[in-house]
Design a protein around this ligand. Structure first.
Ligand code: NAD
Length: 352
């Protein structure tokens, strides 16, 4: 049915849950009706702030028939539990990155929604930034010629307190990994979105400057893409004070490089009149990277809102959302291959 209004409920009243609420509250075709958190007190505080109904129990929350769409912002290794419960209750579901932390659990989410006839989608808010969309359009228009090299660089910093305060962070069981699976995943998703599927990776990972974490804080990865281009991924939480997330794509007819959400290089062999405007409006090298050392600094709900709007539009149209469950799976598959390569000391192929 076109143009309907959706009742939405948020699972996980933590840091990102508040961004979900702000994103939903700004959508003309959605209403925030409920929140659920395992810590009931957190759900109550959240509900008072955002004006919705609190639940401390997932099954009771899911039984609320005012909710048609659930968003999930619980610790990463618990996404499957909420996403599968949503399918069981006939509700559509939008899941935070990483959609889950193993391919088995991701496939179980996708299958549960296929069986229920409901829709599942992922969140990659970075794809919804203006410059990211301009970048993607340039790739889709073939402006780079033959793609030759792609780089995803997340030279970030997290202090020890960050890992100590959230019991789930830095654990294999609930975070599913470290600098790659938690922080770097946005950058890795952008790289594969722009360059196309990854064919193989060869990686080193290390834990160099944090204590009491099981996962990597430093990584260096060589990449081969399915189209034959090469590239590198390096994501860390070990580079004080942290600086720009850099994504660079090159071909034999053009190069674009992006630092956070600004370009610092935009040049093509076949210039269009638009290129001068792009450079005037979007080309700068920011003096300070606000998000590089703090998970929520500089973040707004606007990209999440666009991500949710795209999902609701797909529901209206009766089609898969652009970031479907399968699409959200890609970045996790790359990261798991990187972990396997780092563990075994061998290149790991994807999709064999
Ligand atoms: N898209 C982004 O830019 C972005 C940014 C930060 C975090 N995230 C993702 O959001 C998720 C949560 O991260 P966070 O930083 O908000 O964590 P957080 O620890 O601040 O919040 C998690 C919340 O989930 C609740 N919770 C735990 N288990 C639950 C369960 N079984 N049922 C219901 N509630 C439960 C906790 O009590 C807590 O309130 C992670 O998957 C993370 O990767 C995404």
């Amino acid at each position: 049915m076109a143009g309907r209004k959706y009742g939405m409920g948020v699972v996980g009243a933590g840091m990102i849950g508040h961004f979900h609420a702000e994103a939903i509250k700004g959508l003309p075709n959605a209403e925030l009706v409920a929140v659920c958190d395992a810590v009931e007190e957190r759900a109550r505080t959240f509900a008072e702030r955002h004006g919705c109904r609190p639940y401390g129990n997932l099954e009771t929350f899911m039984a609320d028939d005012r909710i048609q769409v659930v968003t999930v912002g619980t610790p990463s290794g618990l996404h499957g539990e909420a996403a599968i419960a949503a399918a069981r209750h006939g509700k559509h579901c939008i899941v935070e990155k990483p959609i889950e932390i193993t391919l088995e659990k991701i496939d179980a989410i996708i299958e549960a929604h296929a069986a229920a006839g409901t829709t599942v989608g992922g969140i990659f808010n970075m794809r919804y930034e203006t410059t990211a969309r301009m970048f993607k359009q340039a790739v889709d228009a073939g402006r780079f010629g033959r793609l030759t090299f792609g780089m995803a660089y997340g030279p970030w910093w997290r202090d020890q307190k960050y890992y100590d305060q959230g019991g789930w962070r830095g654990t294999w069981k609930l975070d599913g990994g470290g600098a790659l699976m938690n922080q770097g995943i946005h950058t890795i998703d952008m790289l594969q979105w722009l360059m196309g599927p990854v064919r193989q990776v060869s990686a080193f990972t290390r834990t160099l400057c944090h204590e009491r974490i099981e996962v990597e804080d430093t990584s260096a990865v060589a990449v081969e893409f399915a189209n034959g281009a090469l590239g590198t991924i390096a994501c860390t939480t070990s580079m004080w004070p942290g600086h720009f997330r850099i994504i660079e794509v090159s071909g034999d007819r053009g190069t674009v490089a992006m630092a956070d959400s600004k370009f610092f290089f935009w040049q093509f062999a076949e210039e269009s009149p638009e290129d001068e405007r792009v450079r005037r409006e979007f080309l700068e090298f920011p003096a300070v990277s606000v998000g590089a050392a703090n998970p929520s600094a500089g973040m707004t709900a606007i990209p999440h809102r666009a991500n949710f709007a795209d999902f609701l539009q797909a529901l209206d149209d009766g089609r898969e959302p652009p970031i479907s469950g399968r699409e959200a799976r890609r970045a996790v598959e790359i990261i798991l291959a990187i972990y396997e390569s780092a563990r075994t000391g061998r290149p790991v192929r994807i999709g064999d």
